[in-house]
Write a protein that binds this ligand. Structure first.
Ligand code: SF4
Ligand code: SF4
Length: 145
């Protein structure tokens, strides 16, 4: 994983990816009515006490949605915050249901691809159990591609 502030972000690569997927992104993002019906189909939302940060729509709007709105012109720390959202708070299980037909996992997967183009990737703590503060040194925080 690229260390923060050691290399400039590749805005051209990011904007190229956004442009290539613009039509699909635009349709999906515009179709979201903010109804929150997708929330109950996400097991992580249920497991985390209905924390709104685990709502599928929140995850899309605050990752890919933000990249789309700003055409990739975001700060590196914002990209790292997005990595937390799209890796830590989603396992791409594909169970979320949107009555408007928004393909939430595809949108989150695209956000991951864009972050990877910047050398940024996240962790999957839910696949190994949430690390406890005291046990962090002995936990296997494996990074996956
Ligand atoms: S993604 Fe679909 S179900 Fe979720 S808030 Fe948007 S419109 Fe509603
Ligand atoms: S794909 Fe992500 S947002 Fe959708 S149900 Fe699975 S964990 Fe939740």
């Amino acid at each position: 994983m690229k260390q923060p502030d050691t290399e400039p972000l590749d805005l051209t690569a990011m904007q190229g990816m956004l442009q290539r997927h613009k039509k699909r992104m635009k349709l999906n993002l515009a179709a979201c009515a903010g109804c929150s019906l997708c929330a109950e189909s996400c097991f992580l939302f249920e497991l985390n006490g209905h924390d709104p940060r685990y709502m599928p729509s929140y995850k899309v709007l605050n990752s890919l949605g933000a990249l789309y709105r700003k055409n990739g012109r975001v700060r590196e720390e914002q990209l790292h915050a997005m990595a937390e959202i799209v890796w830590r708070n989603c396992v791409l299980c594909g169970r979320c249901y949107c009555p408007f037909g928004i393909d939430i996992p595809a949108m989150i997967a695209l956000a991951r691809d864009i972050l990877r183009s910047q050398g940024i990737a996240g962790l999957y703590p839910h696949s190994i159990g949430e690390p406890e503060e005291d046990n962090e040194a002995c936990c296997d925080h494996s990074e996956r591609p």
